[in-house]
Design a protein around this ligand. Sequence first.
Ligand code: NAP
Length: 216
Amino acid sequence: MPKIGVIGSGVVGESLANGFLKHGYDVCRGTREPKKLEDWKKGAGAKASVGTFEEAAKFGELVVLAVKGSAAESAVRLAGVANLAGKPVIDATNPIADAPPVNGVLKYFTNLDESLLERLQKLAPEAHFVKAFSCVGSTLMVNPDFAGTRPSMFICGNDSGAKSKVKEIVDRFGFDTEDMGGAEAARAIEPLAILWCIPGLTKNDWSPHALKMLKK
Ligand SMILES: NC(=O)c1ccc[n+]([C@@H]2O[C@H](COP(=O)([O-])OP(=O)(O)OC[C@H]3O[C@@H](n4cnc5c(N)ncnc54)[C@H](OP(=O)(O)O)[C@@H]3O)[C@@H](O)[C@H]2O)c1
């Protein structure tokens, strides 16, 4: 099992880190202020550790990026581009702009010709970014209970070896992987989070929901 570095002190970093620990992985969570994750570390057991973004990136044989979208490029620089080289990097970020949503529709700072994942891939060309976990709420990222139905997890990225490692994790976390292809497919996957958030933002309905691709 690869050692996991989780870059992110928010709810997504916590949910995924706890998921990896539950499934027996060693996890180092990174934040710019390691002190703020001390309580989490105390409760998370012997396989959990906390460090800076750089320390988490160095620790991880597979790295998860779970930071504010507008800070993602800066977080990759702080983690150290060289520390991500050759590694699968799960990119759970969404490029949410600072402007408020319009009728429940989030605004993105990217457009349909360039996703955040592609920007990150350009910034760290030797890292193997794989978009995943971006289009489901943080409380549903690990083995969500939909009465036996496994939701779809849409992934994409340029490196097929990295995608098969991520597929194993997605599988273990209770989702069916739908591989949408290369990095450009993130232009379609990232906006799924806009759709996912509409019931919550318009009707305060955050009840469990996830996407499923039906097939015949
Ligand atoms: N919330 C959800 O349910 C959900 C679901 C799917 C995807 N996502 C996406 O997942 C990502 C993480 O979401 P979240 O809600 O867990 O947390 P968040 O509040 O969006 O991000 C928190 C993280 O961003 C880092 N950060 C903030 N400003 C920064 C800066 N200027 N430079 C470097 N790092 C900075 C923080 O660093 P420090 O640790 O140093 O404070 C922290 O680790 C987002 O891109 C979000 O769109 C969220």
